[in-house]
Design a protein around this ligand. Structure first.
Ligand SMILES: [Zn+2]
Length: 151
């Protein structure tokens, strides 16, 4: 059970880095608009340096970064350590929630849905980028869901 929380936390942390990147670059985090057509396609993760689309092996939280030596598999550009750190923070937050007794479905759902935005919120502050308005709401919902289970 705890392992499931950790895995989910890692994935949410990974998702949060994508949200932060797309907010900073003013891109939609649901759709991409390809250069050669007007039809939006579902957003996929890519290397910001060489624009190579990332495969599932490049997207395993923390482990991909460690195995690739913190570099892009395609262009060998360094990937900042903040990526695996944020993924680990996601896992840490889920472990905290687990031990806080966060097992009822309502607080768990709210916590899981808002966690990636909460983590993205911190990354945007770190990147000195103003988080969008909706992110403040999701950030506080996340903190409230955690407080609700602790208290
Ligand atoms: Zn690359």
């Amino acid at each position: 059970m705890l392992l499931t929380y950790i895995m989910v936390g890692l994935c949410l942390g990974s998702f949060s880095t994508a949200i932060a990147y797309r907010v900073v670059h003013k891109k939609s985090w649901i759709f991409d608009r390809p250069l050669d057509s007007d039809t939006p396609v579902p957003a996929r993760s890519f290397c910001p340096e060489c624009h190579h689309q990332l495969s599932i092996l490049d997207l395993v939280p923390v482990f991909s970064w460690v195995f690739l030596g913190g570099k892009c598999r395609y262009c060998r550009t360094s990937i900042p350590a903040r990526y695996p750190i944020i993924e680990a923070c996601g896992a840490g937050a889920m472990v905290l929630f687990f031990y806080a007794g966060g097992k009822d479905i309502l607080s768990l759902s709210i916590f899981v849905i808002t966690l990636p935005f909460c983590l993205a919120f911190f990354q945007l502050l770190y990147l000195k980028s103003m988080p969008p308005f909706y992110m403040f709401g999701l950030f506080f919902s996340n903190i409230l869901a955690l407080l609700y289970t602790v208290v």
